[in-house]
Design a protein around this ligand. Sequence first.
Ligand SMILES: NC(=O)c1ccc[n+]([C@@H]2O[C@H](COP(=O)([O-])OP(=O)(O)OC[C@H]3O[C@@H](n4cnc5c(N)ncnc54)[C@H](O)[C@@H]3O)[C@@H](O)[C@H]2O)c1
Length: 380
Amino acid sequence: MSRIRTAVIGTGFMGRVHLEALRRVENVDVVEIAATSADKGRIAAEGFNVLNSTGDWQDVIRDPSIDAVHITTPNAEHFPMAKAAFEAGKHVLCEKPLAMGVAEAQELVALQAAKGLRGAVNHNLRYYPMVQQMRRMREAGDFGDILVVHGTYSQDWMLYETDWNWRVEPAIGGASRVMADIGSHFFDMAEHVTGLRVSEVCSDLAVFWPTRKQPKSGGESFSGKLGVAGEAVDTPIVTEDFGMTMFRMGKARGAMTASQVSAGRKNGLVLEIYGTKGGAAWRQETPEELWLGHRDSPNQVLMKDPSLLDAQARGFADFPGGHAEGYPDTHKQLFRRFYAAIADASLTPDYPQMADGLRQMRILEAELASAQSRSWVNVT
Ligand SMILES: NC(=O)c1ccc[n+]([C@@H]2O[C@H](COP(=O)([O-])OP(=O)(O)OC[C@H]3O[C@@H](n4cnc5c(N)ncnc54)[C@H](O)[C@@H]3O)[C@@H](O)[C@H]2O)c1
């Protein structure tokens, strides 16, 4: 298999997650890391044993020997970086949310198609083995026709007024915070597992802290929970701490909440689906278990074990039962499929694509419009 040369832009939380996962993909070499300064880039490159680094991401774009780029920077930079990479003939794997709005996402989808390149959006959470099992059981008809879909994505890392991150700043994170950041993961998973599409939404968004203490320095994702106090400025907040959305998926009905202020919930993503024959529930905080609900017999808990999984879900479980596969493995699974599709142009993509990122932007814009108008809004 020919080796693919890739570069990672950004060295924060996700930059490091991507760099680790990329080392577990068979046909790819990370040849450059781009950071916000030459020093940051050099330190990351030394740590991950990558030969080249830069403090200017455009160096990656200008290098014709680089085949693909991973974009792990804050949201506002996804569009200009992905656009430049596609224009330079590179495949793109971009973090979610894909862009700052529908118009930008549409442009990326069109550009990727025009250039004939591969493009992925990192909705990695689909690739927990037990989420794939739920998907395959639904496809096999085990739950019947889906009637009810609900759940939450709840975290606590922005609970205090002193908690701060670039995500609260609309110019960097976008007009929405929790719905864009984690609500998008819920909807990507709900649509992927059920095969249904969200057709209408009715949303309510809440800002519980009208001002937050913005530190004069620092602020990398989740670092606030380590309690390093410094000088701070009172800053007005307009992006939501919490959101809830009722939604329709054709005939099916659903409701979800997303929160960064729910004490004790770390990455409490929960998806429950109920159909005419049975139900299923999965929780990210106990990802190796899938609850199966029955009306006429005792409920079951299926523990991840490749030998017990549907044949197609089994491809997402690399370790024997009892050896937990978690968050880092979901990235490996997604990246592996992305690079397989680059290596073999005839493969049908089997990972979240640019169009899926656009889809999430459409749901998000409908949620924002609904919260604004206090009414149901169609997802076009
Ligand atoms: N898929 C997931 O599970 C998941 C989880 C968390 C975050 N994310 C997404 O990943 C992205 C990054 O989030 P994060 O939590 O890692 O943030 P972060 O603040 O920890 O890291 C962002 C990094 O990007 C760097 N950066 C900013 N501008 C840059 C530039 N022009 N060139 C090079 N580097 C630059 C920053 O210096 C920082 O190191 C966001 O879009 C977020 O939504 C995805």
